[in-house]
Design a protein around this ligand. Structure first.
Ligand SMILES: NC(=O)C1=CN([C@@H]2O[C@H](COP(=O)(O)OP(=O)(O)OC[C@H]3O[C@@H](n4cnc5c(N)ncnc54)[C@H](O)[C@@H]3O)[C@@H](O)[C@H]2O)C=CC1
Ligand SMILES: O=C(O)[C@@H]1CCC=N1
Length: 270
């Protein structure tokens, strides 16, 4: 298959993370990528760091692109972006929106519904090959159009669009909960008296090792907890206090709040 030409509208943090990953793992070459951003500084930076094409007008880039990635924020002017796509994009190109909370129906109202539209909530663990993007296709889009690109920055779960907001608050915001957990755990080690560096290394190793144990043994976490906690011992005392802190419900409430905010972002648009 000939290399796909990829045009990003919006060259912010998420676009950059995707560009860095797809160039690093040779899913795309820098010469096949163009970016438009209202902030000239971003285009200059992306050109300098990754060598992407910049000497091309947006109208031309849109007309030549196989994949058009809408990577502005939900609060940005999607009507204007949609009009540009509607006017200049080739009929057979696929439009991929990574805008949190904005539905395929809304996107179709901006760019026209008689074309391939793909709503993606992109993986943020882009440099690792781990983590999932959540993807919903409209009736004109096929997996073949987008699979290579999407697998270039992590793994992919194709979902019914009704689950994308949930996937956003749970799955794609998911690394945030883990980063925060690791930071808090390392702080606990320091609080208890370990040097920072040792506390940090132990926290990272424990998280990575716990995931490996779950995958290798295929045991339920509760079974591993049973093995790790001797009667009246250290572990069960720690867990008792964790339960008193409302840990599980607090975590679950935070996921529900993130899912709720995703839906709001789609609705509260200017
Ligand atoms: N940052 C993240 O971890 C994630 C972000 N997303 C989604 O990705 C999208 C982008 O988020 P970020 O990269 O974090 O935001 P950002 O603020 O870093 O990037 C947005 C970029 O769009 C540009 N822009 C705004 N209006 C424009 C227009 N009319 N034409 C061209 N460029 C325009 C801005 O100048 C900016 O560089 C959002 O919709 C967000 O919901 C989704 C999942 C994760
Ligand atoms: O915070 C955000 O809006 C984006 C969407 C999910 C994770 N980051």
């Amino acid at each position: 298959m000939a290399e796909q030409r990829i045009h990003f509208i919006g060259g912010g943090q998420m676009a950059e993370a995707i560009i860095r990953a797809i160039i690093a793992n040779q899913t795309a070459s820098a010469r096949s990528i163009t970016v438009a951003d209202i902030n000239e500084e971003r285009i200059r930076l992306l050109n300098e760091k990754y060598g992407i094409l910049t000497d091309i007008r947006q109208e031309v880039a849109l007309s030549e692109a196989d994949l058009i990635i809408i990577a502005v924020r939900p609060q940005d002017n999607l009507t204007e972006v949609g009009q540009l796509v509607h006017e200049y994009a080739g009929k057979n190109s696929a439009v991929i929106s990574i805008v949190a909370g904005v539905t395929i129906e809304q996107l179709a109202s901006y760019i026209g519904g008689d074309r391939a539209i793909i709503r993606v909530i992109p993986n943020t663990l882009t440099d690792t090959g781990l983590g999932y993007s959540g993807v919903a296709l409209n009736a004109h889009a096929t997996k073949e159009q987008v699979d290579v690109f999407l697998n270039g920055f992590g793994k992919v779960q194709y979902l019914d669009e009704s689950l994308i907001d949930t996937f956003t608050g749970y799955g794609v915001a998911g690394p945030n909960y883990v980063y925060y957990f690791i930071e808090s755990l390392a702080d606990a080690g320091v609080l208890a008296g370990l040097p920072r560096e040792q506390a940090w290394q132990v926290a990272l190793e424990n998280v990575e090792g716990a995931v490996a144990m779950l995958r290798q043994t295929k045991l339920h976490p509760r079974q591993l907890l049973d093995i790790n906690n001797s009667p009246g011992g250290v572990g069960i005392h720690g867990l008792y206090e964790l339960n008193n802190s409302d840990f599980a419900a607090g975590l679950q409430r935070s996921v529900l709040a993130a899912v709720k905010r995703t839906a709001e972002l789609g609705k509260d648009r200017p």
